[in-house]
Design a protein around this ligand. Structure first.
Ligand code: GRG
Length: 311
């Protein structure tokens, strides 16, 4: 059997077993998939091609990590009406899928494979792939507005989301990811790219769960911080898996970063330096989530899973 490439030293005290956290994530993913199935327009709806393309990418696979984090954080602050916040949770997955479709386009990363299947532009052509991304993005907001929480709470949650996906979040990070290929790699730029391109959205997913669940100010702050650290660890592990991961498990081509001259943790710090940093961010995330007491336990387990994952 292939060794876990990260060879974790993260200690497990009072935590769910590996099997249990995997089972938790699997069950949550299945539940989110059922809601996505219900919310997305049917393939036959006119004009059918765009609805086919939207559904193709959403149901090509994916861990559903961002909605799972939102739901887990919601419960961690005592939220009880999950049905009411499912539209928000699922809208995160639609925005994430949109970002993947556009990221894979020839003008950006030019990838042929995603989630183990040919990318949207390979199947539908570039024009429809661009439009499918756009359609998922606008549908995400239509869906989010169906969240059943008081308007002030929804507004706070949407403020966090919109700042995490704009030029001070994902787009800023993605712009520097593209521009960075022409620049001399340096630690500051690398941290900016990872914390904005990936960390901001993961942090927002956790923070929004806390806001929708009406967590206390201190709890929401712990979630925001923990989510940011977890997001950094997530992207560093993604970089590591691009070097040592299994293409089949990842569902995409590996060694792509080195081929394109992308700035990554392994390219700047080497594999063992990258591992050390992923481990450091995982510890920081765990410390933040531990501030929620027992209720933060599953977030702690997810942080550990993210560090140890192989896909
Ligand atoms: C979202 C407003 C907005 C714009 C998009 C193209 C673009 C601008 C951003 C690209 C962002 C990007 C693709 C970052 C990489 C994040 C990442 C590590 C993705 C992989 O996430 P997983 O592993 O994927 O959760 P699955 O397939 O499991 O869902």
């Amino acid at each position: 059997m292939r060794q876990n490439p990260l060879n974790s030293k993260i200690r497990k005290k009072n935590s769910l077993s590996d099997m249990d956290i995997k089972e938790y994530l699997k069950k949550e993913k299945e539940r989110i998939d059922r809601y996505l199935e219900k919310y997305l327009p049917p393939e036959e709806a006119y004009p059918s091609i765009i609805h086919k393309a939207m559904r193709y990418s959403v149901f090509a696979g994916g861990k559903r990590l961002r909605p799972i984090l939102l739901l887990t954080a919601y419960r961690a602050v005592g939220g009880e009406n999950e049905e009411d916040i499912m539209p928000f949770a699922c809208s995160l997955e639609l925005i994430h899928t949109y970002s993947l479709i556009h990221d894979d386009l020839p003008a950006i990363d030019n990838d042929d494979l995603r989630r183990g299947k040919p990318t949207s532009h390979k199947v539908f052509g570039e024009a429809i792939a661009i439009l499918a991304g756009d359609a998922l993005f606008s549908f995400a907001f239509e869906l989010m507005l169906k969240t059943r929480v008081p308007p002030g709470i929804l507004r706070r949650a949407m403020e966090v989301l919109t700042s995490a996906i704009g030029t001070s979040g994902i787009i800023g990070g993605q712009v520097m990811d593209v521009e960075g290929e022409k620049l001399e790699p340096n630690p500051r730029l690398l941290r900016y790219i990872h914390s904005h391109k990936t960390g901001a959205f993961i942090s927002a997913s956790v923070e929004i769960g806390g806001i929708l669940g009406r967590g206390k100010k201190k709890e929401i702050e712990a979630l925001r911080k923990g989510g940011g650290y977890m997001g950094m660890a997530f992207q560093i592990v993604d970089d590591i898996l691009d070097v040592v991961g299994d293409e089949k498990k990842m569902g995409k081509k590996i060694n792509k970063d080195a081929d394109t001259g992308k700035i990554t943790y392994p390219s700047v710090y080497g594999l063992s330096g990258a591992r050390k940093r992923a481990e450091k961010y995982t510890h920081l995330a765990i410390n933040s989530f531990n501030r929620l007491g027992k209720r933060g336990k599953i977030l702690v387990d997810i942080a550990r899973y993210i560090f140890e994952r192989d896909r």
